[in-house]
Design a protein around this ligand. Structure first.
Ligand code: ZN
Length: 152
């Protein structure tokens, strides 16, 4: 990581830094975490930041909010290689990888238009059947789902 990137990550007193988001995905991450800016926290979004690992990346810094594991695991499909940095008093106190959860609730709409979750007020629930091969199924209509169908 270059010095300038280091600065982007470091200069936050308290909060969460989501680093190494695949470029172009920051907006999906914000939506999945329900970060709208209305909460009043300072939120910084950096797009297309030069990165040695993947050429370009997105970074999101949310000040004064410490994201919980079940929140950040929601990002498993959107930004599986992102790292979560929890900062307290300018110090990195926790560095976390994202883990694919057993089920993903209320994040993605089921692509099956006839699915009950699209017509009634039911939260979509996607069960992850195989975490290695990423095999997923809608709990309500049983449709097999691919990452591309959900994240687009
Ligand atoms: Zn469904």
């Amino acid at each position: 990581m270059s010095d300038s990137n280091q600065l982007l990550v470091r200069r936050i007193r308290n909060g969460t830094v989501i680093d190494h988001i695949q470029y172009g995905r920051a907006m999906f991450v914000l939506r999945a975490l329900n970060i709208t800016g209305k909460e009043g926290n300072v939120v910084t979004v950096a797009l297309n930041v030069p990165s040695s690992k993947h050429k370009k990346k997105d970074i999101i810094k949310v000040e004064n909010r410490f994201l919980e594991k079940d929140e950040t695991n929601k990002l498993a499909l959107i930004a599986p290689h992102a790292t979560i940095n929890i900062i307290r008093e300018y110090r990195l106190v926790e560095k976390r990888k994202i883990v694919l959860p057993d089920s993903i609730v209320g994040i993605f709409g089921c692509p099956n238009l006839n699915c009950v979750t699209n017509s009634e007020d039911i939260k979509s629930t996607i069960d992850v059947i195989d975490k290695t091969k990423i095999v997923m199924k809608c709990r309500y209509c049983g449709r097999a789902l691919t990452v591309n169908e959900l994240v687009s």
